[in-house]
Design a binder for this molecule. Structure first.
Ligand SMILES: *Cc1c(COP(=O)(O)O)cnc(C)c1O
Length: 376
């Protein structure tokens, strides 16, 4: 956590659970990513954390935005973003929402099927469209399965149709899965995209843009490659497949920009054992899966915890949330250990929780209100 967050927590008697997020850190992450991929336009994936202070800071920095819904488009507009800097990147949209975004000046739309393409042609005439390719997600700690994207041959056919429908066949996108710990899937996907470019060029259609999606990882419990490693691998693959005729490059980082800017402050509600001689303690916090820590599903994203007793002897724990649903167990298999001195009432901070937490909180399941948010 940043010094600014540590000071804010120390100086304020914060009600828990809450998120404290350092907006300067978001700016630092944005600048570092920009330096790692200077030729790319950054479209912040708003869903990672749509808080106004984050969007407003990114507007000031000249960022573009990837919105997944008309509501997210409106959040970007309210933060001062121009419609021309917003991409409507969800491949699943209501036609009236496409029309609303178009009326607000949005001109870039994603699709991965003929039905969606026809909706865009009707509701956003002449708009720039990009087709999402189905690509491998190996190495991602939060993969996306087959829900999004289509096969390359279909992308070629649909981009041809896009032109016939009066749309601008702009480019191709992919997403290698979130918290992607390896640059290899980006390289493989770029090779696939290049094939689609070549096939369409043969048919007289010149695409101009490659959208590399998100996925850039942050450090949770284990080290991940630095962002510069991803930048180098991506630029190397683009040069290899496109030579001097580099397309416009778009990236859609979510997690990378905001995750490590945020810290959740929580309180221990109960520490207990299932039998007197059971070495494993159950630690129940006042935040759990329904309080926003949804990415602990399958123990996929493994957060780090700190307590007032750090540095003292530890023992094995299962960590759970406060609700009456057994799904609200965060970590049972991932071998977490916490200090033996940990007791009810202790403050526990959960690091790198600025992404995919606030908006995942339930609306009062069991009466627990969503966590409070402090942007500093
Ligand atoms: C969620 C999402 C992103 C952001 O992914 P991160 O892994 O948080 O960087 C980018 N693009 C699309 C289309 C998404 O759905």
């Amino acid at each position: 956590m940043t010094d600014k967050i540590a000071r804010f927590i120390a100086e304020n008697a914060l009600a828990t659970p809450c998120l404290v997020l350092d907006v300067d850190r978001v700016e630092g992450n944005y600048r570092r990513l920009k330096a790692a991929l200077p030729l790319a336009r950054i479209y912040y994936a708003v869903k990672a954390n749509p808080a106004a202070p984050i969007l407003e800071r990114l507007v000031r920095l000249g960022s573009f935005f990837d919105a997944a819904s008309w509501q997210e488009v409106q959040m970007c507009l309210a933060a001062g973003a121009d419609g021309s800097r917003i991409s409507y990147g969800n491949t699943i949209k209501k036609e009236r929402d496409i029309a609303a975004a178009y009326a607000a000046g949005v001109r870039m739309f994603a699709f991965d099927s003929e039905a969606e393409l026809r909706k865009i042609a009707r509701a956003a005439p002449g708009a720039q469209v990009y087709c999402r390719l189905l690509v491998a997600n190996e190495g991602a700690e939060w993969p996306l399965s087959r829900k999004f994207g289509c096969e390359a041959a279909m992308a070629v056919k649909l981009m041809t149709l896009a032109g016939k429908l009066g749309l601008d066949p702009y480019g191709i996108s992919f997403h290698v899965g979130s918290q992607q710990t390896s640059p290899a899937p980006y390289k493989a996907a770029i090779a696939q995209v290049a094939t689609v470019f070549t096939d369409l060029a043969a048919a007289g259609i010149r695409l101009r843009m490659v959208n590399l999606g998100g996925g850039y990882p942050v450090r949770y419990r284990t080290e991940v490659p630095e962002i510069e490693t991803f930048g180098d691998a991506i630029m190397g693959a683009l040069a290899e497949h496109f030579g001097n005729a580099l397309p416009e490059i778009v990236i859609e980082p979510g997690r990378y920009l905001v995750a490590d800017a945020g810290t959740v402050v929580s309180e221990v509600v109960l520490v207990s054992r299932k039998a007197e001689d059971d070495p494993v303690r159950w630690v129940y916090l006042d935040i759990g899966r329904f309080g926003g820590l949804a990415e602990t599903e399958g123990e996929a994203i493994r957060y780090t915890f700190s307590t007032p007793h750090d540095g003292t002897p530890e023992g094995p724990v299962t960590i759970a949330g406060p609700t009456c649903d057994s799904v609200d167990t965060l970590y049972e298999k991932a071998n977490y250990r916490l200090p033996l001195a940990l007791a009810e009432g202790d403050r526990v901070t959960i690091r790198a929780t600025g992404a995919y937490v606030t908006t995942y909180a339930s609306q009062g399941f069991n009466g627990f209100a969503p966590l409070t948010e402090h942007y500093i």
